[in-house]
Design a protein around this ligand. Sequence first.
Ligand SMILES: [Zn+2]
Length: 395
Amino acid sequence: MKQSPRFLAAFGASIVLTIGTATAAFAGTGVDAAAPSSSAAAPSSAAVATAGRTALARSDQAADRFGIDRSPARAAVDRAINRDDYQCGPTDFDAYIDGLINGLSKDEFTFLVGHIEMLDVPTYDALLYGSDTDQRYALRSDYRTQLTHTFRDVKRFWDIQSGDIQLMSMHGSIMGDAAAVSRVLQLPLGEPFSKSPAEADKHAKEIAEAVDSGMFDGGNNPLFTLNAFAFTAEGDPDPLVKGVPDKLIFGDGIVDALNAMGIGDVGPRAVMGHEFGHHVQFEDNLFDSPLTGPEATRRTELMADAFGTYFATHARGLSLNTKRVLQAEKTFYEVGDCAFTNDGHHGTPNQRLRSSAWAAGIADAARPQGKILPSLTFADMFEQELPVIVAPDAS
Ligand SMILES: [Zn+2]
């Protein structure tokens, strides 16, 4: 539902990553570095690259249906395959993802390119079938307490109906469950999904066996869950999502990435603030504007940044140190969003930082009384500030 961005909004996921470090990162596993596998039956590297390229292009159709931007991991694999299509400066996040890909064994990389839908399986599984009462979607123990508390706090903070939003996680290890994988592969999303039951079972068995054998850290390689997103089916005519409750889904991989980038202290909470900001937008009908395409997405993403930062820094929100929050946000805003013409464009790092800094200033002005602005008032103030936030800043 690309034309219906209110359907689902993902954190920082639309990023077309850079090629900057790809060559170095691929020194060990290079897809076009003629990688004859030890197995005689292994496909040639050229065949693998072609298959992977086709699968990625087709998989974009499935992402469109959910309004999900391509995950950074998919973009990184894409970049590795289509090396010449991207140009944009490398960032910490790029380096992290390249490190993950570089860390794959040759067999893992070949398997991944041949089963590229793995990058989407945990997302669609959690989105359509996950529930907050199912242990398989429980938040991982190392971040469960903190994010559960933050979720409670953010629900109290904003004046929207939020009692029905389910907080859950997604784990790559779900791919060890062949039945769960097969169910996703049969979804009518177009290639590489839409498989017949027999075909889906066959592919699911291959994936489950690979994961069970320990490949991809038993499925828990962060590549497969490198995202957090807000989801609502409300107002969406797609029969596939009928009856699916509102959700806020946190992938293990995004937490791993934030930790690896040195912002594990406030990063996950700030991301939750942003994602919950999308739920405020769903409930307050803030997705409608005269803007279209990338500008429309940029507006709602920058607004979610503002909602998130206001909550994170407000005395009656998380009351986190403003400087630290902005530092952390600077790091994850620099995810290399150069996709200025992409419908999933999140805004440039500078624009995102300006939006957050503006929101932190509003929160700070509320001290010491600590009044929380109604969400619609805050949104109005944001609309007035938006032209300043997106004003050209190149010197
Ligand atoms: Zn977002």
